[in-house]
Design a protein around this ligand. Sequence first.
Ligand SMILES: CC(C)[C@H](C(=O)O)[C@@H](O)C(=O)O
Ligand code: SF4
Length: 479
Amino acid sequence: MPKTLFDKVWDQHVVTELENGQTLLYIDLHLVHEVTSPQAFAGLREAGRRVRRPDLTYATMDHNVPTDNPHHVVDLIAKKQLETLAENCRDFGIRLADLDSPHQGIVHVIGPELGLTLPGKTIVCGDSHTSTHGAFGAIAFGIGTSEVEHVLATQCLWQARPKTLKVELTGRLQPGVFAKDVILALIAKYGVGFGTGYAIEFAGDFVRGLSMEGRMTLCNMSIEAGARAGLIAPDEVTFAYLQNRPHAPRGAEWEECLRLWRELSSDEGAVYNKVVQMDVSLLEPQVTWGTNPSMGGSVHSLLPEVAAPNSAFSQQDLQNAYAYMGLSPGMSMLGVPVQHVFIGSCTNGRIEDLRLAAALVEGRRVASHVRALVVPGSKQVKQQAEEEGLDKIFQAAGFEWREPGCSMCLGMNPDLVPAGERCASTSNRNFEGRQGRQARTHLVSPAMAAAAAIAGEFVDVREWMQGKELNRVGSIQPA
Ligand SMILES: CC(C)[C@H](C(=O)O)[C@@H](O)C(=O)O
Ligand code: SF4
């Protein structure tokens, strides 16, 4: 029987199945960070257990790291979590990319760039955006702290098999529109629940033309559509990205892996539980205006009326969102002033994102009322960007150039948006309080964020995509 990509990878990892549908899955890679691991390790200590496969476990520090001065951790909870992770990794023999490591960074950025993330693997982490790693043809999903303990102790995990949803994306994006806009538009169209109970496979000619960075952005936000995981069949783009990465296989082993990885795509005629299609050709740059990722749309569209018939949102939800965001029905996001711009996170803190943003801001100045941050997703992204001179371009334009970490994506470190202020953010969540108490978050692509920083308000970045900007964008021209 023809199988989907998801079925192939899942079936290769089944240890045993129960009649109630629960499957014991073998886990190939367990990524760990400071926030969701302390109790898991405490549980191991209490039970006198060891980590079953320290060699399949890899830890980093990201959420709590102060990006202006990583070693200067003032917050006591943050300090304790970082110290505890270091101690746990030492005691249990786990590799750790600590603050001094050249490999430190956001867990979902470093997994791929170190070649730990590979096609066909099962990958878990105590973090919802683990779905990012599915861009390589892995089954990757977030788990809770008790599950982290279970994986540490056994290298296995009980899971219910999700249903499969194929999202078929066709067409070519206009210049100035990116993978981030595609996933925001999908969520705006189908809602934050459309992936609930499913693993989403992104397929179609648009996906095949996309860089690994773009694919990771899609998979990263599948969780915001409610999905358990997002995945994409690996191809030559995937293999080219992975070759010679520090932990990627080499020599004869690499060749053997390629042979196996080339089988990792959905068979002709494979049946999905649900299929959704979208042509991306006419998509416009997206901005969220509300307090969940589905409350968004084109930067030109008018914000919905509270009493509109057939609205996807309840009146109460809309009223709450408008009150929180300081916006009103009937207006558009064009021209709405921003006080903060954040370029970074596991959604859009990769080298391609920074190249694009730098191309747009080169020779321009951040608006005087805007505080703009660029936070590379990892030390390696930072180093690469500096080798290319992107840091100089950002700083000359008035951006702050920071050390890697989750930063302003969430309020667990000093990079906060003050109450009532507005931020154009390349991250993935816009819930109330996400970037600080009463902070107002608008999710956008790196290009839209860069343009908002310069203009001081939301603009349509397509108008900025001519001439010199495109030259610098070079290989990362929209697919
Ligand atoms: C802190 C962590 C548990 C959380 C997650 O699981 O996603 C964070 O990374 C986030 O993005 O909200
Ligand atoms: S960058 Fe944001 S979304 Fe990603 S892991 Fe960190 S906090 Fe979570």
